[in-house]
Ligand binder design. Structure first.
Ligand SMILES: CC(C)(COP(=O)(O)OP(=O)(O)OC[C@H]1O[C@@H](n2cnc3c(N)ncnc32)[C@H](O)[C@@H]1OP(=O)(O)O)[C@@H](O)C(=O)NCCC(=O)NCCS
Length: 246
């Protein structure tokens, strides 16, 4: 009876996972359920995890780890059978995703390729992140240690997050830091980590103006026309298009 109950739960979870793929992957909108089940590696990995986790819960030895290993070979996604994952997890593209043993993932979470929910060293006990509901984690982001990612947060691609993330915030960079909370830009002298000064551009700018001053002086002394001052353009754009549209 307990077996039937577990089977029904796993089937319900898989249905939610397929629904999540259709909802959050534009490429899956027109795909049938069969097609998603057959060809989406993120779905294969989550499906195998659901079975491995249920077997692990039931006290079955070895098979959960073996299932996780075989799935990793096929999908390049590694989810430890002991991790706790809520409904509606969607792993887009998938390759290189690692979800550690004590990771805890809430509902409707989206992970892109290359995401690591890992530990920071050789600590034992709870050592992987807790990710609350409706969080999106961009490709290549590394979330390390027993930190908590607040519900609704967005983690930018390639961020390295080692501290708690407030709910409904956007965190980017290395180390990850909030640039938006509740849709508002962070304020204060230490808040703007994106628009950091560019020391190389500033040094070139200073040299250019000193050369310009010297050239004007030489022109005055030699009674000739000064050369036009070289223009120094900023090395990088301070405002760009929304990088979330890829
Ligand atoms: C972080 C992200 C989710 C955008 O969230 P958002 O709340 O809409 O934030 P915004 O786009 O307003 O960006 C906030 C600021 O962070 C900067 N930013 C955004 N993503 C960044 C990143 N990954 N690294 C560094 N800075 C980033 C933006 O330039 C912006 O700077 P501004 O204050 O000068 O305007 C998105 O940029 C991202 O990284 N998504 C991951 C997508 C992905 O992995 N796709 C893979 C598809 S295959």
């Amino acid at each position: 009876m307990a077996g039937m109950h577990t089977l029904a739960r796993v089937a319900r979870e898989v249905r939610r996972d397929v629904h999540a793929a259709r909802d959050r992957d534009p490429a899956a909108r027109t795909a049938s359920t069969g097609e998603i089940l057959a060809t989406w590696p993120g779905i294969h990995a989550v499906l195998a995890y659901r079975v491995a986790h249920a077997l692990k819960d039931a006290g079955v030895p070895l098979i959960p780890r073996a299932l996780s290993m075989v799935t990793r070979v096929i999908t390049n996604i590694e989810i430890h059978p002991s991790a706790r994952i809520g409904q509606g997890l969607f792993i887009d593209h998938g390759a290189g995703v690692v979800i550690g043993e004590t990771a805890d993932i809430g509902e409707n979470v989206t992970l892109y390729q290359g995401v690591t929910l890992g530990g920071t060293g050789f600590a034992t006990g709870k050592r992987h992140p807790t990710v609350q509901d409706n969080v999106t984690i961009g490709s290549g982001a590394k979330l390390l240690g027993p930190i908590t990612i607040g519900h609704g947060a967005k983690i930018g691609a390639n961020s390295v997050v080692i501290t708690d993330v407030p709910p409904n915030s956007t965190v980017v960079g290395v180390p990850g830091h909030p640039v938006r909370v509740d849709g508002r830009r962070m304020e204060g002298p230490d808040a703007d980590w994106i628009h950091l000064p560019d020391p190389i551009a500033e040094a070139i700018q200073a040299l250019s103006s000193r050369i310009g001053a010297l050239e004007r002086m030489v022109a005055e002394l030699s009674d000739t026309e000064p050369a036009p001052v070289a223009e120094v353009r900023p090395l990088r754009q301070l405002r760009g298009t929304n990088p979330a549209g890829g």
